[in-house]
Design a protein around this ligand. Structure first.
Ligand SMILES: CC(C)(COP(=O)(O)OP(=O)(O)OC[C@H]1O[C@@H](n2cnc3c(N)ncnc32)[C@H](O)[C@@H]1OP(=O)(O)O)[C@@H](O)C(=O)NCCC(=O)NCCS
Length: 195
């Protein structure tokens, strides 16, 4: 396995690795069919094994005049995509990607990474074990069928949503969790390099 820069020819492997990695997580339906590209400078790494993509990490970097991270101490990098193929997880690939990203980020005077992730215990534990600390959180709410009426003030005749996705930024999490079957806590973590 080797960690290297992403190249355009990797796109299909990148997309497939990401979809498979997310199948068993709270992001199972967050499917991309093309790799994302970024306005700011970005660190885009893949892990290659036997000619296939088994891991990926995309981090978009703050510019002083164009921040992507929430305010904090110094310039940051936002982890937009991190995934390791399910058959290859738990073997140090994710950690190796993060380590290489930190080495490269330091060359851009980046001193912290941020990541938003949902409430998968294994993934949260992974971030925390790598020095990330939770800074904030809000809810991702999926409404199905009749649940959607909770989100609307009224229905227009003949037109009503059958599936909704909403952000809840209030504080009554228990009420929201009792109203909808699928609610994820979306947490923001931060890792300060030299803390
Ligand atoms: C989170 C993820 C990137 C970690 O990569 P990884 O290569 O499996 O992790 P590593 O081998 O470097 O680290 C192993 C550690 O992760 C834990 N771990 C997390 N997910 C694991 C899994 N599916 N299988 C085995 N170990 C896992 C291990 O317990 C181990 O813990 P410790 O070393 O802190 O004691 C990877 O599991 C993954 O792709 N998950 C699904 C996609 C996802 O949720 N991405 C993040 C979205 S923000």
């Amino acid at each position: 396995m080797r960690i290297r820069q992403y190249e355009a020819k990797d796109e299909q492997g990148w997309v497939r690795c990401r979809v498979l990695a997310f199948l068993d997580t709270a992001y199972f339906d967050n499917v991309l069919r093309e790799k994302e590209h970024y306005a700011n400078p970005a660190i885009e790494l893949v892990a290659e094994k036997d000619g296939g993509i088994v891991g990926l990490l995309d981090i978009e970097l703050d510019r002083a005049d164009a921040p992507v991270c929430s305010p904090g101490s110094g310039l940051g990098g936002m982890i937009w995509h991190l995934a390791v193929h399910p058959d290859e997880q738990g073997q140090g690939i994710g950690s190796a990607l993060l380590q290489e990203a930190e080495r490269l980020a330091r060359e851009f005077q980046i001193c912290r990474f941020q990541a938003w992730t949902r409430d998968d215990p294994r993934v949260n534990a992974w971030y925390i074990a790598r020095g990330f600390e939770q800074k904030e959180a809000y809810l991702h709410v999926y409404a199905e069928g009749d649940e959607c009426s909770h989100l609307l003030l009224g229905r227009k005749a003949g037109l009503y949503p059958v599936a909704c996705f909403a952000h809840y930024v209030g504080e009554d999490w228990d009420r929201i969790k009792s109203m909808f079957q699928r609610v994820h806590e979306c947490r923001m973590y931060e890792y300060q390099f030299d803390k």
